[in-house]
Design a binder for this molecule. Structure first.
Ligand SMILES: CC(C)(COP(=O)(O)OP(=O)(O)OC[C@H]1O[C@@H](n2cnc3c(N)ncnc32)[C@H](O)[C@@H]1OP(=O)(O)O)[C@@H](O)C(=O)NCCC(=O)NCCS
Length: 178
């Protein structure tokens, strides 16, 4: 799968991404509130095999690159999870960027494209995101920039759950293109 936005390419993992991506995954500042924390170098290949898109795993993570020079900026993608309120499996989107790219609007850019992809291509009826309650930057992007609403105050697996609202289901959001 390849997703393209105004500034970014989101594409499948390749072996030569290993050095840069494993550095981002091991960075405590970036990963402290994501998954179960930073991924040690020794566990990186296992992490990729379990979580990134592959022929066996079409719902997964991908590599986020800068369109200008192909620099690896982080990773983003989709994950199936059990939604505690309905006890049904749903798909969440998420994003992780290396520190130097924070606060430049890129997570918002990725998230809009992911919502469009989830609705149009994955045929989701609703979109979900989850974040650690202390992950204020992520919660701000999910709610204020992307317009999802907190499902409840319940923290499940150390995560709050956010869910799409009606606006995401409008024609305008389906056709988002930047
Ligand atoms: C969360 C993350 C993806 C946000 O990415 P980003 O590209 O910096 O996000 P954007 O630039 O689109 O938007 C960031 C917004 O959050 C705001 N923000 C930043 N830190 C914040 C904080 N501590 N509390 C509240 N808002 C905060 C910024 O001011 C900005 O809003 P503004 O444009 O209105 O000023 C990024 O910080 C990151 O990769 N963090 C580490 C991994 C992670 O936590 N991923 C999310 C997993 S759920």
């Amino acid at each position: 799968m390849i997703l393209e936005t105004k500034n970014l390419i989101i594409r499948d993992y390749q072996d030569n991404d290993r050095n840069e991506l494993s550095r981002i995954c091991a960075d405590n500042e970036v990963m402290k509130l994501v998954f179960n924390g930073p991924i040690p170098y020794s566990k990186f290949d296992e992490f990729v095999a379990e979580n990134f898109c592959s022929s066996k795993n079409d719902i997964g993570l991908e590599v986020v690159c800068n369109k200008i020079n192909n620099e690896i900026m982080g990773f983003a993608g989709f994950h199936r999870f059990l939604y505690y309120l309905t006890e049904e499996y749903e798909i969440e989107f998420g994003f992780v960027l290396s520190k130097k790219w924070h606060n430049k609007g890129f997570a918002t850019e990725i998230g809009k494209k992911q919502i469009q992809y989830a609705l149009n291509n994955l045929k989701c009826r609703k979109v979900f995101a989850r974040a650690h309650p202390q992950n204020l930057a992520s919660i701000y992007v999910i709610t204020e920039k992307l317009g999802l609403k907190q499902a409840s105050d319940e923290v499940v697996e150390n995560r709050l759950t956010f869910i799409s609202t009606k606006i995401h289901l409008t024609e305008q959001f389906y056709n988002f293109d930047s």
